[in-house]
Design a protein around this ligand. Structure first.
Ligand code: APR
Length: 165
């Protein structure tokens, strides 16, 4: 598994699929979810409405519409609640279920934002360790490359230290 780190707006990158840090309604929101829906256009919301929602830790795949990538994978991360409500397992499932959809669809390159570490308040260091650990231990042929997309200098430094450790 090839791993890359990029500090960029995830809506601008051309990969097979980008992952959206969604909420369980799939109807859009703020943060990266808001940026993705704004860039993809109204047809994304229409498709998401048909899906009808997604449980925390699960993942669904949709078209990407006006985005430069081919597909979108939406996964609602856990809201940080102190760490004793199964947040770690749920966050790990976001990554593994997104990887599973990429594998099922034979997608080569997948880009993840830092799920749950914004509005949902998950501590960045713990979340990044779960993200990098889950991806590096993924055994399947697809995806062959994962890009971790960060959106602040501090998050980039956290991911860089974990990836290089
Ligand atoms: N590109 C890449 N990363 C981004 C972008 C962007 N355009 N915008 C925000 N981010 C980063 C944030 O800086 C944070 O590191 O994505 C990470 C995840 O933050 P959020 O988007 O707030 O997602 P999350 O913490 O999982 O909260 C999800 O927020 O937007 C709502 O509908 C969403 O209710 C859900 C909740």
């Amino acid at each position: 598994m090839q791993i890359e780190l990029r500090q960029v707006d995830i809506t601008r990158i051309t990969v097979d699929a980008i992952v959206n840090a969604a909420n369980t309604t799939l109807l859009g929101g703020g943060g990266v979810d808001g940026a993705i829906h704004r860039a993809a256009g109204p047809d994304l919301l229409a498709e998401c409405k048909k899906i009808g929602g997604c449980r925390t830790g699960e993942a669904v795949i949709t078209k990407a519409y006006r985005l430069p990538c081919r597909y979108l994978i939406h996964t609602p991360g856990p809201v940080w609640n102190g760490g004793s409500s199964g947040e770690e397992e749920l966050l790990r499932s976001c990554y593994s279920n997104s990887l599973k959809l990429a594998s099922d669809n034979e997608l080569e390159v997948l880009a993840f934002p830092s799920i749950s570490t914004g509005i949902y308040g998950y501590p960045i260091e713990d979340a990044a360790k779960i993200a990098v650990g889950t991806v590096t231990q993924w055994p399947e042929r697809f995806p062959s490359k994962v890009i971790f997309v960060t959106f602040s200098d501090s998050d980039t430094q956290v991911y860089r230290d974990i990836i290089s450790s």
